[in-house]
Design a binder for this molecule. Structure first.
Ligand SMILES: NC(=O)c1ccc[n+]([C@@H]2O[C@H](COP(=O)([O-])OP(=O)(O)OC[C@H]3O[C@@H](n4cnc5c(N)ncnc54)[C@H](OP(=O)(O)O)[C@@H]3O)[C@@H](O)[C@H]2O)c1
Length: 262
């Protein structure tokens, strides 16, 4: 299937590990040039090096925290100066801590908002004017199944991610006439470092081992296994491609069937 991604320029945020990293690899495999960020410079450069060696595409990297609005805008402008265009922007960040409502602090609410909603606003503010000039663009947010079906003890994620869906829907309507599509991908349980974090948090409250946690999670997944980061990345690459030109304002769940709604 021809994706039309060759020589497109894609920003993939929070992409040194997990789903972001797999997304960078998936886009590079289709010939897109990349701009990547994450906080740890060494891990980021390691991912970039492997992508350059594997696919021969250009990869720009900058280490920073995506909740820092000024750094996001500086990065996006630097990417545009370097490549002369920005076609695709995939927003991503680490997830908020696993907490019940009573355990959360106001600082954690502020941090969850800054990390998982405001950082998307920063990227959208910075990239959409460039995409509008080109009359072509793909903005894709990575959130969570929690945005559609709240997950017990992920109250910070449940609340803040839902705001992203409202933002995505609003931007899809406003920027459709500029030939820019805006969509959201909601991963279900996916085998990454993030799941290890959740298993550790669960062990503290229940005493269950990581294996017991995984067994508990997968028994409720119709496909009876966790997802692989590459499986989330494939959906993102499709949304970024020419093949998804008429899809906008949507949330695509890649969750092994966990979402029970219609
Ligand atoms: N895995 C799952 O089961 C699952 C399910 C639903 C939703 N999600 C969500 O999907 C997103 C990605 O998860 P993942 O599983 O891929 O996690 P992961 O394997 O832990 O990777 C997270 C990536 O984000 C970067 N990052 C974290 N905080 C950042 C920040 N403040 N600024 C810049 N980069 C940052 C990390 O690098 P640095 O640490 O170096 O910054 C790393 O590259 C998260 O929001 C997560 O909550 C995951």
């Amino acid at each position: 299937m021809e994706t039309g991604l060759r020589n497109r320029v894609a920003i993939v945020a929070a992409s040194s590990k997990g789903i972001g990293r797999a997304t960078a690899f998936a886009l590079a495999a289709e010939g897109a040039h990349l701009a990547l960020c994450a906080r740890n410079a060494d891990m980021l450069e390691d991912a970039a090096k492997q992508i350059r060696a594997g696919y021969g595409v250009q990869v720009l990297t900058e280490p920073f925290d995506v909740s820092d609005d000024a750094r996001v805008r500086h990065f996006v402008d630097a990417v545009h100066r370097h490549f002369g265009r920005i076609d695709i922007c995939v927003t991503n960040a680490g997830g908020p801590p696993s907490k019940t409502f009573a355990e959360t602090t106001m600082e954690e609410w502020d941090r969850a908002y800054a990390l998982n909603l405001r950082s998307i606003v920063s990227f959208a503010h910075a990239v959409l004017p460039y995409m509008r000039q080109q009359h072509w663009g793909r903005l894709i947010t990575i959130t969570s199944i929690a945005a559609k079906q709240p997950v017990l003890e992920l109250v910070l994620s449940n609340a803040v991610r839902a705001g992203v869906l409202g933002l995505v829907r609003s931007l899809a309507t406003q920027y459709g006439p500029d030939n820019i599509t805006v969509n959201n991908v909601g991963p279900g349980f996916t085998a990454t470092e993030r799941v290890k974090e959740l298993a550790q948090a669960n062990a503290l409250t229940t005493g269950h081992s990581a294996a017991e946690y995984e067994a508990g999670v997968t028994k409720d997944i119709p496909l009876h296994r966790m997802g692989r980061p590459e499986e989330i990345a494939d959906a993102i690459a499709w949304l970024a491609s020419d093949r998804a030109a008429y899809v906008t304002g949507q949330t695509i769940l890649v969750d092994g069937g966990v979402y029970r709604g219609l």
